[in-house]
Write a protein that binds this ligand. Sequence first.
Ligand SMILES: *Cc1c(COP(=O)(O)O)cnc(C)c1O
Length: 389
Amino acid sequence: MSIEASATFTVMEPETLRRMFAGELGHDQDFFIYSRHFNPTVLNLSRQLAALEGTEAAYCTSSGMSAISAVLLQLVSNGGHVVAANSLYGGTHALLTHFLPRVSNITTTFVDIMDLEQVKDAIIEGKTSVLYFETMSNPNLKVANIPELSRLGHEKGVTVVVDNTFAPMVVSPARLGADVVVHSVSKFISGGADIIAGAVCGPASLLNSMMGLHNGTLMILGPTMNAKVAFELSERIPHLSIRMKEHSNRALAYATRLEKLGVKVIYPGLKSHPQHELLKSIANDGYGFGGLLGIDMETEENANRFMSYLQNYAQFGFMAVSLGYYETLLSCSGSSTSSELNEEEKKQAGISPGLIRVSVGFVGTLEQKLAQLEKALARFFETGFSLKN
Ligand SMILES: *Cc1c(COP(=O)(O)O)cnc(C)c1O
């Protein structure tokens, strides 16, 4: 594969330029205009992601947030309405709560997507255009019933958009009925914690409209991915499956051990998780239950102390936001990535103040890592801390 780093593209005949702008010649026939529009290298990566998610088309963007905002602004017009999960990535929650109402009078009703009746009631036929949720909610890992939610959405005539950042390969929302899948490629798909990128996977008609010269959010707002970045990411897709399997293996091992030690863990791979059976029924075979787990330390003080021991005493992982890295990353969601939510919203979303989100890495041996985890926990209790339940 080569890198097509050109910002612009030459033609042999003046007539060709006119035909490209008229839409008669396009990227599907290998005609390119300018790299804020389709670029061959970005298109190559995009085709890999469309194949990954089983959608007709895809296109990559400069960040996950730009992919999400571009999709919503394309699908929802001024004054429109969205129904969304009440437990979402903080940036998406802020986009729906503050940004879209201010700039475009687009309003959102937040619902508990576990309650299908509530979702149904919130959708206003003729006004609501998008039902938006995450495969596994951030940070409490509730698993969405994608087949049922898609069926319900389609019955009501809305477009179902799913953020699958937490579970690439593990779950394929489009194969379960969703219309559009969005990704923060910065996370598991990149795997290196060194690139910010996003993707929109969906019908060709949507992607083409997003690239429209007059009204397309990708073309007009311009959240363009650099071709050199697209090349780098393309080289990481072939080993995404191996990485996801190991993220999942490790996460299940840590979750099982912590549960045995009497710590409250949230992991959809455990029988104790309320959507364990659901996830088993919708997940792709062989990729496990995902690379994220939650440890509920009950209070923020407990969480902070345990994270500090995990990093500075036992070398189990690093305190940092983000996820999908080969090293383990730890963050206290309530005071970091979900701090955009107010106290009431956090309560509604079921985010405990002591919840540590763990993005499980795979470096080091499993035995060594389990020993480090236990060492940090022992220290937590030795230094006078305790858990009520
Ligand atoms: C990180 C993240 C985003 C935002 O992606 P960026 O690449 O940081 O812009 C959106 N959704 C989820 C679930 C995320 O984890």
